[in-house]
Design a protein around this ligand. Structure first.
Ligand code: SAM
Length: 334
């Protein structure tokens, strides 16, 4: 077993796995309603057996211990609950850190089984605490389902339990302090995420609000106490005296954190993606190798190691990001 290291000396040990491009919400910043997406057919995505084999290669050959399932909506469509249950032997042998990022709409019924299968890290996306606004942002009347899942997940003891909130000017930036208040007596980490441009998501500067602006709004009322510096941590984390919850900022656009990048991604097409913002044509289709008998796990590991040397030091600046085509969050998974 060896570490997977890119040409800049960054150790890669965190796999983000988008299991499907299908989603039951239509969030304005992610899956725009007028975007005629060609959703993948089942055979264009990895089967559970192929996903397990690929994850096994990362775990056994390269000491990957952190796996996060995302999508699309990982709990919609494909049987992610089974996939995670089938991961248990690998988890028991290698001590994996298994996470899932979900919109929470279908989560409540699965919380127990996910916990039993070893999921510890749960990120739930929630961009508004107001039912009507939630509906406007997501296109669906599912606020209660998400809120019920958040509250139950906290009660069951998922730790850390994170809420991902993409902040957009004029849309939900008036709720920043309410979100902070929401975690006052809850063991929840509220993470304010900068709005990023993706194909067709109508990103514009007018709707962008930087993490410093968000932080300023909070600091008018609270003293934020920084903690937990970790080079590969994407969030800047803060305590507030007397608050149970944690407040974090993810500044992908205004202050990137590529230096400490430890991530690789598998897209819903089963392709290896080196960076959230790398052009789609650079992705490496792993299906070809997984579906051809002649490639052993060791050979696939060598192919991955070779490809990883193309990982760039930092993602392009905003003007270049805006030109990227077919860079779809549903396929990449965030
Ligand atoms: N469906 C799941 C969910 O909603 O959490 C997982 C997939 S979603 C693409 C993963 C994360 O990406 C979510 O937390 C979502 O808020 C975030 N995201 C999607 N589009 C984004 C954008 N344009 N800018 C910033 N974050 C975004």
């Amino acid at each position: 077993m060896k570490k997977l290291v890119d040409k800049f000396g960054r150790v890669l040990d965190y796999l983000r796995f988008s299991v499907t491009d299908r989603c039951n919400l239509n969030c304005v910043y992610c899956n725009p309603r007028d975007n005629k997406l060609n959703l993948l057919k089942d055979h264009e995505m990895l089967s559970n057996a192929e996903s397990l084999r690929l994850i096994g290669i990362f775990v056994k050959h390269f000491e990957f211990r952190k796996i996060r399932f995302t999508g699309g909506e990982p709990l919609a469509g494909k049987n992610i609950v089974n996939l995670i249950a089938e991961l248990k032997p690998l988890h028991e042998s290698y001590g994996l850190d298994i996470g899932i990022t979900t919109n929470g709409t279908l989560l409540k019924a699965h919380l127990d089984s996910l916990k039993q299968s070893g999921v510890t890290k749960l990120n739930i996306s929630l961009d508004s605490l107001d039912k009507d606004k939630f509906c406007k942002i997501t296109g669906k009347d599912k606020f209660e389902s998400v809120m019920d899942a958040v509250l139950l997940a906290e009660e069951i003891g998922f730790q850390p339990l994170k809420i991902n909130c993409v902040v957009m000017k004029g849309i939900n930036d008036d709720e920043i302090l309410e979100f902070v208040d929401f975690v006052k007596n809850r063991n929840i980490n509220i993470r304010f995420i900068e709005y990023m441009p993706f194909s067709g998501n109508k990103w514009c500067e007018g709707k962008f609000i930087s993490y410093m602006e968000i932080k300023d709004i909070i600091e008018k009322k609270f003293r934020l106490i920084a903690f937990g510096e970790n080079n590969s941590e994407v969030a800047n984390n803060y305590h507030i005296a007397g608050y149970k919850g944690i407040v974090s900022f993810i500044s992908s656009i205004s202050n990137h954190f590529c230096d400490g990048c430890n991530r690789l991604r598998i897209t819903s097409e089963g392709s290896l993606k080196l960076c959230l913002f790398s052009p789609k044509y650079q992705d490496l289709d792993m299906k070809n190798y997984l579906r051809t008998d002649s490639f052993s796990d060791t050979e696939i590991a060598e192919i991955i190691e070779h490809k990883v040397q193309d990982k760039v030091l930092m993602h392009p600046d905003i003007s270049e990001l805006l030109k990227l085509e077919k860079n779809n969050m549903l396929s990449i998974g965030g």
